[in-house]
Ligand binder design. Structure first.
Ligand SMILES: [Zn+2]
Length: 564
């Protein structure tokens, strides 16, 4: 193990480790760079140098044959005079060089760079497989090689947790540790779990092999064996089992079991009962509720065991009006370990039908007629729903199947132009007012608008009474175009109709014959169109049409409108 940076204690601190990781990073980058360059050169060698090598090899074997030929002669002369070797060699070298200039120049131009490359490759290979590491020395003993300081710090915090009750032991580990930068093979690196075991073991102190329980990375305690630890958590899951094959029950928190050496004392090593008790307590953590459709502040408070005032106290600024998706704080405490249930739920949802409109030239403009009633469809929707400790926290649609298609509603829209102005379709217009005379053939005004005495009592007459000859059964027509708003029985009015003409004006036709009304509310009628027949239903002494004009809902004298 080549140590080329001298021991440095932890006291040197973070600055040092920053420098070390910088150097390591620099070396790694440098090696990566060299590798890239080498690969580039290798590629070129392949393309340009290899063809030369083939001709070089041919010449080399020829040259070796020549050397063999002269070898025996040289051996002889060396035996006679050893010093003659040099002039002989010089002579043959000169001859050889002259004869094989191409080969020698190839030797320097091609072979030497290749040899250089080979050396480079071997070096890179050596450095490439090796990695920089920090040797951790604790209590004067090497406890492992770590890739960087973070691994050691992690191991150190694991050891601290395990020795939470043993302050002196923890201090010893902290003060005693030293790092050395070394190079090792990657498989020689130590992970933090092994490193922490090594530290505990080599630092001494009362320790025992046990199974540590970590919740969300925090050490809780250790149990003598892993089965016991897991059983505690399985029991909690069993208590919260759901009668649903598709439900997945687990913990919100990440639970880990770590085998290793732990401080052998009551504070660290627990039994199943103590761990179970701990898990049934609560811990401080904000708990939110996400507002769903139809929620009210008081419902949310109720569901979380709070008074409305308490919910407002938890959420300053919370108003009566809440929106879907708002997050409302409902508690500062949650169960120490929370049960998460994920399951599918199937719901049926209505699909609205479309309204398809079609023009109909036989219908008056402004009127519509439903040709076919629409009907809603049904979707079967599968949701993936998550519950935490019984509260529904989220749902996600994962599938939707239409089990009944909606049926469009078909509506005919009238396009026929309505008649406007004085009606000319019937033979007699009694007056010359802006409204059409509403009772055909009833040309006598038997009672005018205003105060009158009827059956010995003075009362107010809100309309005009039209009669003439034998009135019963004569046709009642709309005094102007408009939409029927009322058609039916009206007490003292008997059978009556009200037509809205727009611009705040409407007209009323009363005392009509039973079953004679031939219009319906909502129907558009043109001026002069028949709406019923004169009769004497309701509060009346004989057959006549009681006709009213209303402006913005108030009865007015109809006489000027009829021109009488
Ligand atoms: Zn009347």
């Amino acid at each position: 193990m080549e140590s080329f940076i001298i021991y440095v204690g932890e006291s040197v601190g973070k600055a040092f480790s920053a420098v070390v990781s910088f150097i390591i990073t620099l070396f790694k980058t440098l090696i990566a760079g060299i590798k890239w360059v080498a690969l580039f050169i290798y590629d070129k060698v392949d393309q340009f140098v290899v063809p030369h090598i083939n001709s070089f090899i041919e010449e080399w074997s020829f040259f070796r044959g020549e050397v063999r030929q002269v070898k025996d002669g040289i051996k002889e002369s060396i035996k006679k005079n050893p010093l003659s070797l040099f002039p002989i060699l010089r002579h043959y070298s000169k001859v050889a060089y002259k004869k094989h200039t191409y080969m020698f120049s190839n030797l320097t131009n091609t072979v030497l760079p290749i040899v250089g490359l080979v050396i480079l490759a071997v070096t890179i290979n050596y450095w490439g497989t090796k990695t920089f590491a920090l040797e951790v020395v604790s209590g004067g003993q090497s406890v492992g090689y770590v890739e960087n300081e973070a691994v050691f710090l992690d191991a150190q915090s694991r050891v601290k947790e395990r020795f939470s009750a043993d302050v002196a032991g923890e201090e010893a580990i902290r003060l005693d540790t030293k790092y050395t930068v070394v190079t090792v093979q990657p498989n020689e690196l130590t992970d933090s779990a092994t490193l922490s075991d090594n530290i505990v073991e080599k630092t001494g102190g009362e320790s025992t092999f046990a199974c540590g329980v970590y919740i969300d990375g925090d050490f809780i305690c250790a149990l003598k064996n892993e089965t016991d630890a897991m059983q505690v958590f399985n029991n909690i899951l069993d208590e919260n089992a759901v009668e649903d094959e598709n439900a997945v029950v687990g913990f919100v928190e990440d639970v880990q079991y770590v085998q290793g050496l732990y401080a052998d004392n009551e504070e660290t090593i627990w039994d199943s009962e103590k761990l179970t008790e701990k898990l049934k307590t609560t811990k401080s953590e904000a708990k939110y509720y996400t507002v769903q459709m139809g929620d009210t502040v008081s419902q949310i408070a109720n569901a979380n065991g709070l008074r409305t005032s308490e919910l407002y106290a938890l959420n300053p600024g919370l108003k009566e009006m809440i929106k879907i998706g708002d997050r409302i704080l409902v508690s500062h405490e949650v169960n120490y370990i929370r049960i998460k249930v994920v399951k599918t739920e199937i719901k049926r949802e209505e699909i609205a039908f479309k309204i398809v409109k079609e023009n109909n030239s036989k219908l008056y403009k402004g009127t519509t007629k439903i040709k076919r009633r629409g009907s809603k469809g049904i979707d079967e929707v599968t949701y993936l729903v998550t519950y935490i400790d019984g509260a529904r926290v989220s749902s996600e649609e994962i599938n939707r199947i239409t089990i009944r298609q909606p049926i469009d509603q078909l509506v005919d829209v009238g396009t026929k132009k309505a008649a406007h102005g004085p009606y000319t379709g019937h033979t007699y217009i009694r007056g010359k007012g802006s409204l059409i005379w509403p009772a055909v053939g009833c040309n006598t005004v038997s009672s005018r608008y205003g105060y009158r005495t009827l059956r010995g009592r003075r009362n107010f007459h809100g309309g005009i009474d039209l009669t003439g000859g034998y009135s019963r059964g004569k046709t009642v027509v709309a005094a102007a175009s408009g939409t029927v708003t009322t058609a039916g029985w009206g007490g003292a009015y008997g059978y009556y109709v009200i037509i809205n003409h727009g611009n705040g004006m409407s007209t009323l036709y009363a005392h009509m014959l039973a079953n004679s009304i031939c219009v319906k509310p909502g129907q558009y009628v043109s001026g002069g169109a028949a709406i019923g027949k004169v009769g004497s239903t309701g509060n009346t002494t004989g057959a006549h049409l009681h006709f009213e004009v209303r402006i913005n809902g108030s009865r007015v004298n109809p006489a000027p409108y009829l021109g009488v």
